[in-house]
Design a protein around this ligand. Structure first.
Ligand code: ADP
Ligand code: MG
Length: 247
């Protein structure tokens, strides 16, 4: 069984159908890149996986447990247990501006109350080391560059030891010279076999790091393939048109 299984997922905002029967799965250790034009439903799909949006119909199964089954959700405790297996990184970092880097990282594990503060702080410093920001533990987000903020956001997402990381255009808000340092951290995670879904415009990253590329347009998955085939031999006209414009 795949780690993430999505079947016939449907989501509307008002009368507008945003996701039209989406079906896909992600295996353990897989890195899946989702690409597609603005407004195609990529963010809504990612947000649905972690219950930032409620879907209308279809199923989402994470590590064998249903977050949603035929549009129905389990009780809050079960939802929390399932979404707790995932971390998410947003385009605009979403760090707490009034907290230091370290405070941003320790907040969620501290609230969960399942570990000692010593263990939490140790993991915090380990993760800051991993993203190359050991010296920024006591800095505030406003004193960091965009690339540093996003690396903090990745470290924060890792604090709860997720099995799955979701990225929603993690480099789209960054100056071009800062995207590399964030992509490098993501590439390291992929090499450590973290399961990842990455919505991105970075075609180079999708081609080099992803195991599979999914192209979405108009709330549907139009095409998916392993990266070499996907970029060299796109099958669908809409995929070809998108790649011609964006790559
Ligand atoms: P993408 O991430 O591919 O750009 P989104 O998932 O953000 O696409 O949006 C898909 C469509 O859903 C867009 O038309 C957008 O305007 C609409 N949409 C997204 N969120 C909401 C919302 N909270 N309320 C109403 N419409 C929304
Ligand atoms: Mg989006």
């Amino acid at each position: 069984m795949a780690l993430i299984e999505v079947e016939n997922l449907k989501k509307s905002f008002g009368k507008q159908e945003i996701l039209k029967s989406i079906t896909f799965s992600v295996d353990r250790k897989e890195v899946v890149a989702i690409i597609g034009p603005s407004g195609s439903g990529k963010s809504t799909l990612l947000r649905s996986l972690i219950y930032l949006e409620e879907i209308d119909d279809g199923s989402i199964c994470i590590d064998g447990a249903y977050l949603a089954k035929n549009g129905h959700y389990p009780k809050q405790d079960d939802i929390r247990n399932i979404t707790g297996k995932m971390g998410m990184v947003f385009q605009h970092f979403n760090l707490f501006p009034h907290l230091t880097v370290k405070e941003n990282l320790v907040l969620a594990p501290k609230l969960r109350k399942t570990e000692s503060m010593v263990d939490i702080e140790k993991r915090c410093m380990d993760l800051l080391g991993k993203v190359g920001l050991s010296d920024k533990a006591n800095a505030y987000p406003s004193n960091l560059s965009g690339g540093q903020k996003q690396r903090v956001a990745i470290a924060r997402a890792l604090m709860l030891n997720p099995q799955i990381l979701l990225f929603d255009e993690p480099t789209s808000a960054l100056d071009p010279e800062l995207t590399g340092e964030v992509l490098k951290v993501m590439k390291d995670l992929a090499e450590e076999h973290m399961t990842m879904i990455v919505v991105t415009h970075e075609m180079g990253f999708a081609r080099e790091v992803a195991n599979r590329v999914i192209f979405m347009d108009g709330g549907e998955i139009i095409e998916e393939n392993e990266p070499t085939q996907f970029f060299l031999h796109p099958q669908h006209e809409r995929t070809k048109a998108f790649l011609n414009k964006n790559w």
